[in-house]
Design a protein around this ligand. Sequence first.
Ligand SMILES: C[S@@+](CC[C@H](N)C(=O)[O-])C[C@H]1O[C@@H](n2cnc3c(N)ncnc32)[C@H](O)[C@@H]1O
Length: 224
Amino acid sequence: MTCADLGAGSGSVANWMSRRVGETGQVDAYDLDTSLLPMRENIKHITADVATCNFRLPYDLVFARFLLVHLPEPVLQLNRMVSATTPEGRVCVVESDYHDWEMPAGLPHMERLKRAYLQVAADFGWDVELGRRLPALFQSLGLHDVAAESFSRCERGGSIGNLLLSQSVEPLENHLLNTGVVSEDDVRSAYKTLRDPDYLMRFVTTWACWGTVPYKPRETSQAR
Ligand SMILES: C[S@@+](CC[C@H](N)C(=O)[O-])C[C@H]1O[C@@H](n2cnc3c(N)ncnc32)[C@H](O)[C@@H]1O
């Protein structure tokens, strides 16, 4: 079995795939930066821009988690994923939906952080409701057996999720300040809140959607 993990990051999913496909299978892990990927016999590290590269193989499974929202024209990218998948193969995408993101009550700096974050996302052209749109998009691209699930949860400051959120704020700090919605003090206080177990925050909703690429009979000369 051949799998592709697009925007594989530190490779937690590629690693899981590698165990599932075993010695006879192949996992191609694509990322702009492949330095964090695990070294395993059946994981190939491919340093590439998945928005424009030629995919190495046709795959039985093409997967992307928390990637499409950051790419220009996510629908086009989804189409490229479908094209890289063998007939009867699967495409699976995991994405967030920021619609239900809730900050703890009574903390105006967190509300301002959220507003600034959503403004930066809009400036970058991120579709912050992509998660909920996935099932309809999969169907519009002709995939069959489309199914999806979603979940959201509340976590205390200091949890892995809140630390990851804090890490995703750091590289955006200048952009957040440039919105004029948050101050440097707000951002510093937000980092503290995200580490403070007294506060409970409701995360963005995570959606997972999958579908099967239809089998297309090869055209014969008679059929043409
Ligand atoms: C939020 S991380 C998600 C990592 C991984 N999929 C996960 O769920 O743990 C997004 C990853 O996508 C990669 N990425 C972003 N744009 C990319 C592009 N155009 N081509 C390849 N990788 C890209 C980043 O380098 C980063 O590793």
